[in-house]
Ligand binder design. Structure first.
Ligand SMILES: C[S@@+](CC[C@H](N)C(=O)[O-])C[C@H]1O[C@@H](n2cnc3c(N)ncnc32)[C@H](O)[C@@H]1O
Length: 144
């Protein structure tokens, strides 16, 4: 679980997911500086069940953006929660003809540009091999 890997390197980590089960899995790890919040990152007020502060140093979205009904809107909303100089990072499956999920490099780059991120980088980071297919993973990042 990525939050568990990131937690030792940050003061506090707020993890948001709409899934009750996903939040329960994280809560059961009892990581002291992780606050698990069941909520929707597309919610316009971003308050969920706790007051999310604005001015985050880092917001990352791990295999979430490609499943959202309004990816571009989510990037705009998340960009507003970062402090100036804060970084946004997403990783997502690369869209392909055979799958009904995933994002393209162009779509990620356009969304990050529209949200006025600087130092934008988008590219394939690695791929995951299964018996049936190869799933390429794209990473997009920018600085607010
Ligand atoms: C492929 S899973 C990835 C889970 C986790 N982030 C990880 O990297 O292991 C996609 C997750 O996105 C969550 N999700 C989908 N739409 C969301 C939304 N609008 N707000 C917050 N989480 C959402 C789902 O509940 C699901 O847990």
């Amino acid at each position: 679980m990525l939050a568990q890997q990131v937690a030792p390197y940050v003061f506090e980590l707020i993890a948001v997911d709409t899934s009750e089960k996903m939040i329960a899995v994280l809560e059961n790890r009892h990581i002291p500086n992780v606050i698990a919040v069941q909520g929707d990152i597309l919610a316009t007020d971003h308050r969920c069940e706790v007051d999310l502060p604005s001015g985050f140093d880092l917001i990352y979205a791990s295999s979430v953006c490609g499943f959202l009904p309004d990816y571009e809107g989510a990037v705009l909303a998340l960009a507003r929660l970062l402090r100036s100089g804060g970084r946004f990072i997403q990783w997502d499956w690369r869209a392909s003809d055979g799958n009904d999920f995933g994002l393209s490099e162009n779509r990620i780059r356009n969304a990050l540009q529209t949200a006025k991120f600087g130092s934008i980088r988008v590219g394939q980071a690695f791929s995951i091999e299964t018996d049936e297919q190869t799933l390429p993973v794209l990473i997009g990042t920018g600085i607010a």
